[in-house]
Ligand binder design. Structure first.
Ligand SMILES: Cc1cc2nc3c(=O)[nH]c(=O)nc-3n(C[C@H](O)[C@H](O)[C@H](O)COP(=O)(O)OP(=O)(O)OC[C@H]3O[C@@H](n4cnc5c(N)ncnc54)[C@H](O)[C@@H]3O)c2cc1C
Length: 403
């Protein structure tokens, strides 16, 4: 076999998985990353309890990627959530299923898994070149900015795994978009996904309640009705329940210029029962006391009602009950992409063949969040990054074998 030069550009989960998949192929493989260390977003994900995959029925799992589900299906079939768990365990990281069905490493962190993963890659002879920013092509070579200046790298095949556009400070700054657009590649504009939203809170409300969680509520948007919790922030709302609705709310804001998240503050009680219980309260009692005794509502939930409901309705049991069961929180805009967990948009699927190769740039494969798919939080993002990293590597191996 003729040993080929393979460049993997981007050392996040997708790039590292591509490198691992190719690592026993006998080719010469080097990973390049612009940052001083690799996988910074993966490590940050581990700070809030690395949610590595999800244990729900696989047919449901594979449908969580919206319009991209059909295109991602083959890659996911080849690296399912069970495979993700087995792979992590192979690297000494045992996993468990949380009460929500989400899968986490028992130690909750990403760093031991990453350390073991990098050690495996090193043991297989893969070099990692950090502080190497890919900035284009010259005479058929890849051009990198390095601490020593510009360097040209010859290669036979490349995997680009440069990430999306969220949390640019961790390396995925989407500067690659113009490099590929110059080559005629169609790239859907990046937008925030799994993001918070701005709301016009009054100053007293945001000062008093910013940081307070709304627990055990349900929320409704065009995406459906889901139970969960979210947090009031200084500028609006954020947290897992908001992220679950984020794509639908973002798209509606774009389409119609307005969107609201409808919150049920007392999912365990019917509107009729709430109206009855509230009507039984002394009308002269304070709103706080009527809400606490009649509806079990206090703290930030009561604050939200005061903030958003017409004052006349607050003293009317039926109108108050209606507001408790379906409180619209009007949204202004998504928070900036720099703060979003992930991004929507990226290289359009039509640009890729079945092996994740760019049709216009033979020998150049892509993987991870830089492709046009999005998913909610819940371990879907990492699983799809691993799976597409593997799929791009396998696509490359097959392409090289045919050369
Ligand atoms: C706070 C936070 C928490 C998260 N938690 C979870 C979670 O619990 N579960 C989950 O499934 N997902 C989670 N995610 C999302 C997940 O981390 C990402 O989807 C995943 O890291 C994307 O992987 P990637 O390999 O495609 O890109 P990235 O991880 O973004 O890696 C891209 C790499 O490419 C490098 N790069 C970019 N441009 C260049 C260039 N021009 N030259 C050289 N190198 C370059 C970057 O430095 C970076 O190292 C979280 C994200 C955030 C921000």
């Amino acid at each position: 076999m003729i040993k080929k030069q393979i460049a993997i550009i981007g050392g996040g989960p997708a790039g590292l998985m591509a490198a691992e998949t190719l690592s026993l192929s006998g080719h010469h493989i080097a990973i390049y990353d612009s940052m001083p260390t690799v996988a910074r977003k993966f490590l940050l994900a581990g700070k809030s309890g690395l949610n590595i995959t999800h244990s729900e029925d696989y047919r449901l799992f594979a449908g969580r990627f919206g319009a991209a589900s059909a295109r991602l299906c083959a890659a996911l079939d080849d690296f399912t959530p069970d495979d993700v768990r087995a792979w992590a365990e192979g690297l000494g990281t045992e996993t468990f299923v949380g009460s929500s069905g989400r899968v986490f490493p028992k130690i909750m962190k990403a760093s031991p898994l990453l350390r073991a993963w990098l050690a495996r890659l090193e043991a297989r002879g893969i070099g990692i070149m950090t502080r190497h920013r890919w900035c284009g092509f010259e005479d058929g070579s890849l051009v990198f900015e390095t601490p020593r200046g510009r360097e040209l790298v010859r290669h036979d095949a490349v995997v680009l795994a440069l990430g999306g556009a969220s949390y640019a400070r961790l390396g995925s700054d989407a500067a690659w978009v113009s490099l590929l657009r110059d080559k005629g590649i169609d790239i859907a504009a990046f937008q925030p996904a799994n993001c918070g939203f701005d709301v016009t809170w009054s100053a007293p409300f945001s000062e008093r309640f910013a940081g307070e969680p709304l627990k055990a509520v349900t929320a409704t948007s065009e995406a459906g009705t889901f139970p969960g919790e979210f947090v009031v922030s200084k500028t609006g709302i954020e947290g897992s329940l908001v992220y679950a609705h984020a794509a639908s709310l973002r798209d509606r804001l774009m389409r119609k210029g307005e969107a609201s998240l409808i919150v049920d503050l007392a999912p365990g009680r019917s509107e009729e029962r709430l109206a009855r219980d509230l009507a039984r309260q002394d009308p002269k009692a304070s709103l706080s006391s009527r809400l606490r005794k009649g509806a079990g509502i206090e703290g930030v939930k009561a604050g939200l009602l005061r903030e958003l409901v017409d004052p006349a309705a607050l003293s009317h049991p039926e109108r108050l009950a209606r507001a408790i069961k379906a409180l619209p929180i009007p949204l202004l805009r998504p928070r900036p992409i720099a703060e979003a967990i992930s991004s929507a948009g990226g290289i359009r699927w039509d640009e890729l063949d079945e092996g994740y190769m760019l049709k216009k740039l033979p020998g150049m494969f892509v993987a991870g969040e830089m492709i046009d798919w999005e998913a909610p939080t819940g371990g879907y993002l990492l699983t799809a990054c691993f799976a597409t990293g593997r799929a791009a590597a396998k696509g490359m191996a097959a392409w090289l074998a045919n050369q």
